[in-house]
Unconditional design. Structure first.
Length: 262
């Protein structure tokens, strides 16, 4: 059985700065993984690269047996006075990545503020008109997962709380019929009660059969939701830590900060 996702020797960043380097891991079907590490060390940049929002510099991204990035070396700028990115052929097409079933819910719930919840979810479900019956089922699942979205379907996004906007963002991701759902810090800045509710929703999504890559600073939440953790630090990742060998909160704090956390 082929792996769900294979990342091999992946490097990338924003010219001229390399943000992450030589990242490799394999994600098997039916599993979920977590990334944990300090802010500013490249986790979000890595996820954007896997999703095709940023072109990888080196390496391979293989999803369901198909390489998503075009082979060949990334062409770096030869002049600081002209942005060659406007002429350079991209190595990845984010639309094709999303249509393949690799869906990312980015950090910060980037939604259209003037649209209603109803319009936003309808728009997200209209990408593939050939799956209308499945789209209706997914919409029902989203509204079961987050009943408040059904209750407030006619409210504009700009009028919602941070937690409600995050529910809509996750709903948008689910409407894309993901075969792999990437969640980048979905509980960032939210109240503990809302964070608990979102954690339960993510667990339901996982139990429903949707594999997840989760970036989360709440290590307790992360430990409860994933099968494998990769520690991310200075643009690189550690060897996988499986559920059988999962450290507790204090062990992970000590890995990063030493005994000062005791």
């Amino acid at each position: 059985m082929q792996p769900l996702l294979e990342i091999s020797g992946l490097s990338g960043g924003y010219e001229p700065v390399r943000i992450f380097h030589d990242v490799s891991f394999v994600m098997e079907s039916g599993t979920s993984i977590g990334l944990f590490g300090p802010n500013g060390h490249g986790k979000t940049t890595l996820l954007k690269t896997i999703s095709g929002l940023i072109d990888p510099w080196e390496g391979r991204i293989v999803f369901l047996g198909k390489q998503l990035n075009r082979p060949g070396e990334y062409q770096r700028r030869s002049s600081s006075n002209f942005n060659y990115s406007v002429l350079r052929r991209r190595r990845m097409n984010p639309q094709k990545v999303a249509r393949s079933g690799l869906i990312q819910v980015p950090q910060g719930n980037l939604l259209f503020p003037e649209l209603t919840i109803d319009e936003t979810l309808d728009l997200a479900g209209s990408v593939d008109s050939g799956k209308k019956s499945q789209t209706r089922q997914t919409r029902a699942f989203v509204e079961t997962l987050f009943p408040i979205l059904a209750e407030r379907r006619h409210q504009k996004i700009k009028s919602l709380s941070g937690g409600e906007r995050q529910m809509v963002a996750i709903g948008v991701g689910l409407m894309g019929q993901p075969k792999l759902l990437i969640l980048d810090e979905p509980t960032l800045g939210l109240a503990p009660k809302v964070k608990l509710h979102l954690g339960q929703a993510i667990e339901t999504i996982k139990n429903f059969g949707v594999p997840i890559i989760l970036v989360e600073q709440d290590i307790e939440l992360l430990l409860n939701l994933v099968d494998t953790i990769y520690m991310f630090d200075h643009g690189g990742i550690s060897s996988p830590i499986t559920r059988e060998n999962m450290p507790d909160h204090q062990d992970i704090m000590n890995m990063y900060f030493g005994n000062v956390c005791q």
